[in-house]
Design a protein around this ligand. Structure first.
Ligand code: NIG
Ligand code: FE
Length: 423
């Protein structure tokens, strides 16, 4: 067989293979290691994975890479980001050091609403220019696909501009982006005290326009999923409002995600599981009965410990219990200018291992195949298996556990996206 690319002799070829879409429970601690492994690529797809001796004997390749002493693993998927924004919130970072909480800053009209002011004032070109370097950093740290939310526009035109920004970045950046409409991120200042009227605006004014836009976008043709999300939280949207928004989105074909239980347990998990959410995210204060329902469902649990770290908290989501109960657990950065200015999946994995007691294997599965599942793409990406997109990392270490064991540097030596070396 003739192939375009053969990477061989890897100290560990870590497949993260999962024939059934995602890994749960004890299966999360098996990353599928092939020692002295090889992977063959034709065009943008993986065509074979196996022992170096077998693949080298049965294939000729236009390009060969000797990965001796290195690890080869799937590109990371970051399934929850707010990476498109303008400006920064460095002053809030200092206020928190001096004792203010994230929720206090938000109640005073800062926080998310501060970034809404910056994003409303920014043109599409400015949003692209400010966000692109962040994607560059994420890619260099091994992220090859990321979900990206709107939610700093909060009016129809500004939300559409955010979607257009995500599309423009997807078209011009190596990384693949998966869009999420999140006008229900905060109640905008012009609707202060009238959250219910704003919910009506989202449902009757924004959603139809957004749906029309999606149908005319490149994503529709590619069958890239399109999500709707809501911040179900005190001072944002209650469970009733969240239900109305998510149901209206689902009725138009958007798939469901929600921010739940970040600071306050309102019952968002029960709602999300009932609506068949693809993922429910944060889960920092989730009640035990709701965690059990989530674990028994097909909804992914997305955990973002860089938020707790950034907010100086020592309380983290009980990801250990979720894994032990059989949930599909995934990790994400939540990169955004307030609660998590963090582009790094390896740092997220490092925190999860130390503070949430994930094994390195569980953290890697949570950042690859399970994260792909959390954005509805586990049939395309997230593992090194024949037929999947050739999104691959070469790690400058002989054992994949270095990814979590070391932190603060960058072990990603090469990144391949759709079979092409991009780093
Ligand atoms: O996931 N919690 C709500 N949204 C983001 C924070 C966004 C921001 O602070 O700008 C989050 O933490
Ligand atoms: Fe978020």
């Amino acid at each position: 067989m003739n192939v375009d690319l053969l990477i061989h002799s890897a100290a560990q070829l870590v497949t993260c293979a999962s024939p059934n879409g995602a890994r749960r429970g004890i299966a999360m601690s098996d990353v599928g290691i092939i020692q002295d492994g090889a992977v063959a690529v034709q065009g943008d797809r993986i065509v074979a994975v196996g022992a170096s001796g077998d693949l080298r004997a049965s294939m000729t390749a236009a390009r060969q890479i000797d990965a001796a002493g290195l690890v080869v693993c799937p590109g990371f998927v970051d399934p929850h980001t707010h990476v498109v924004y303008a400006g920064h919130r460095v002053a809030e970072f200092e206020s928190r050091i001096q004792g203010k909480t994230y929720m206090e800053i938000m109640a005073e009209g800062g926080g998310i609403l501060s970034t809404v002011r910056s994003a409303r004032a920014a043109s599409l070109d400015q949003l692209v220019a400010e966000s692109r370097p962040r994607l560059d950093t994420m890619l260099a740290l091994g992220t090859t696909t990321a979900e990206v939310k709107t939610g700093y526009g909060l009016d129809r035109n500004s939300e559409l501009r955010m979607l257009q920004t995500i599309e423009a970045l997807d078209q011009t950046h190596t990384m693949d982006l998966v869009p999420t409409f999140m006008a229900a991120h905060a109640v905008p200042p012009e609707y202060r005290g009238r959250a219910s009227d704003y919910v009506d605006l989202i449902i009757h004014d924004m959603l139809p326009a957004v749906r029309d836009w999606y149908v005319s976008s490149q994503w529709y043709g590619e069958a890239t999923p399109f999500f709707i999300d809501v911040f179900c939280e005190d001072n944002a949207f209650d469970v009733g409002q969240s239900r109305r928004i998510l149901q209206a989105g689902a009725a138009l074909g958007l798939r469901v995600k929600a921010h739940v239980d970040e600071f306050t347990a309102l019952g968002g998990v029960t709602l999300g599981v009932e609506l068949g959410a693809v993922s429910l995210d944060h889960l920092d204060v989730t009640r035990a009965d709701e965690a059990a329902a989530l674990a028994a469902s097909d909804t992914a649990a997305v955990i973002m410990p860089a938020v707790n770290f950034n907010l100086g908290s020592t309380h983290f989501a009980d990801a250990r219990a979720l894994i032990d109960a059989g949930a599909v657990v995934a990790l994400a950065t939540d990169i955004n200018p307030g609660s998590s200015p963090c582009p790094s999946m390896p740092l997220v994995m490092a925190i999860a291992c130390r503070y949430q007691r994930l094994l390195p294997a569980e953290a890697l599965i949570a950042s690859t195949i399970n994260a792909a599942y959390a954005v509805g793409l586990s049939d395309q990406i997230g593992s090194l298996e024949p037929g999947k997109q050739a999104d691959m990392l070469l790690i400058a270490a002989p054992d994949y556990r270095y990814l979590m064991y070391e932190f603060g540097g960058n072990l990603i030596r090469h990144v391949f996206k759709k079979g092409v070396q991009v780093i």
